[in-house]
Design a protein around this ligand. Structure first.
Ligand SMILES: NC(=O)C1=CN([C@@H]2O[C@H](COP(=O)(O)OP(=O)(O)OC[C@H]3O[C@@H](n4cnc5c(N)ncnc54)[C@H](OP(=O)(O)O)[C@@H]3O)[C@@H](O)[C@H]2O)C=CC1
Ligand SMILES: C[C@H]1O[C@H](OP(=O)(O)OP(=O)(O)OC[C@H]2O[C@@H](n3cnc4c(=O)[nH]c(N)nc43)[C@H](O)[C@@H]2O)[C@@H](O)[C@@H](O)C1=O
Length: 348
């Protein structure tokens, strides 16, 4: 990839897209293009076609998607499958039509079967039933992998897919309902700490409500008090977490160094084009909550609301393919949580 190559980052304001943009800028890439959701709705086929015809990007990072945590995926099932299929169909097909040299599609490790052997290898794909809470999203992501693979095989394109583990970092979503576990627990612990210190005004400001009485309603709904924070599920599920800047660095590394032809024969996958991206290490949700509690400095108790779903019990990635390509993560979990909490405080 030449430093002045025209590179389109779809989703450049999101958790991963913003980190990809930053990583490319740091490396001296000068011809980056991007549009906000408002400027270009990637669900709109005609708008996407016109954009590619006009801009003719040479490389595409497809980091735009409808994304959310376990409850969002389980609740907005139709929106997750519709939006993700539309976005990826539009971007992948128009990339082929306009002669994009290389595209990187971001999937997710939720594409693997619920009971996949751990750690999950790339060739576990389509070997068993999926986790139900995020099945529509996972089906869309599997369609994206198969679309890249099919275009490569039929049209000779160079479209790769990466399957990231759970991610966290700057520009994360901290919504109490729709976000992923790590940012949600940082915010819940922070609010509980403020309550325990009697800082009502800061609680009102954080929740962006008109009065403390309103804040109390929200906090009750999410099980946050001055003495305890509610954790969804049993706390037993295990998750692997990767810092978003590491994720972005891996995406740029793969774009720079890897081709479909490298991924296919040399690693024994006859058909698939995808590569797992993770750390290869996981912890239980209970351990994660305790780590966040320590970093935030909340002194109260943790309670477990077992009426909320656990989701997949374990989804540890096998990162041997990624390591064999020459990439390894840098930021360890505690360091990442400390950085994210500091960022969250700064944003207040
Ligand atoms: N976060 C995670 O833990 C994981 C993420 N992934 C995958 O990584 C990729 C990036 O995720 P992440 O950065 O977390 O997601 P974010 O939600 O942070 O960012 C997604 C971006 O896509 C944009 N977008 C969504 N819909 C449209 C649309 N119709 N038209 C134009 N832009 C749109 C969003 O803009 P706006 O906000 O304005 O809608 C946002 O900027 C996704 O493919 C996701 O599935 C995979 C595994 C884990
Ligand atoms: C990245 C991945 O993210 C999603 O899958 P998930 O890993 O299950 O996502 P999650 O981060 O929301 O939850 C992880 C675990 O944590 C528990 N948990 C405890 N307390 C809170 C809590 O307060 N919020 C949330 N969200 N979860 C909590 C929660 O019950 C679960 O056991 C996919 O839908 C899909 O989008 C995908 O690809």
């Amino acid at each position: 990839m030449k430093k002045d190559a025209k590179i389109y980052i779809a989703g450049h304001r999101g958790l991963v897209g913003s980190a990809i943009k930053q990583d490319l800028e740091k490396k001296g890439y000068t011809n980056l293009i991007y549009k906000t959701h408002k400027e270009l709705d990637l669900i709109n086929t005609q708008e996407v076609a016109t954009f590619f015809e006009t801009e003719q990007p040479e490389y595409v990072f497809l980091a735009a998607a409808k994304v959310g945590g376990i409850i969002a995926n389980n609740t907005y099932r139709a929106d997750f499958i519709h939006a993700n299929l539309m976005i990826q169909n539009n971007v992948i097909h128009q990339s082929y039509k306009s002669g994009v040299k290389k595209l990187l599609f971001l999937g997710s490790t939720c594409i693997y079967p619920k009971e996949a052997p751990q750690p999950m290898k790339e060739n576990s794909l389509l070997t068993g039933p999926l986790e139900y809470t995020n099945e529509p999203y996972a089906i869309a992501k599997i369609a994206g992998i198969k679309m890249c693979e099919s275009y490569n095989l039929q049209y000779g394109t160079n479209f790769l897919s990466v399957m990231p583990t759970n991610l966290y970092g700057y520009n994360d979503n901290f919504d109490l309902e729709k976000s992923h576990v790590l940012p949600a627990l940082i915010r819940k612990m922070h609010l509980a700490k403020l309550l325990s210190e009697g800082k009502k005004e800061e609680v009102v400001k954080d929740l962006n409500v008109s009065a403390f009485a309103k804040a109390q309603e929200t906090l009750k709904q999410y099980g946050v008090s001055d003495t305890s924070v509610e954790i969804w599920g049993t706390g037993a599920p295990r998750r692997e977490f990767l810092w978003s800047q590491d994720m972005a660095n891996a995406c740029v590394f793969i774009m720079e160094n890897t081709n479909f032809s490298d991924v296919k024969p040399s690693h024994g996958d006859v058909k698939n084009t995808h590569i797992n991206i993770g750390t290869g290490e996981d912890i239980s949700i209970k351990e994660l909550a305790e780590t966040i509690q320590k970093i935030v400095g909340f002194q109260g108790n943790l309670t477990f609301n077992t009426s909320k779903p656990d989701g997949t019990l374990r989804k540890l990635t096998d990162v041997s393919k990624l390591h064999a390509l020459g990439w390894k993560h840098k930021i360890q979990l505690e360091e990442g949580i400390e950085k994210l909490y500091a960022w969250y405080l700064e944003k207040q």
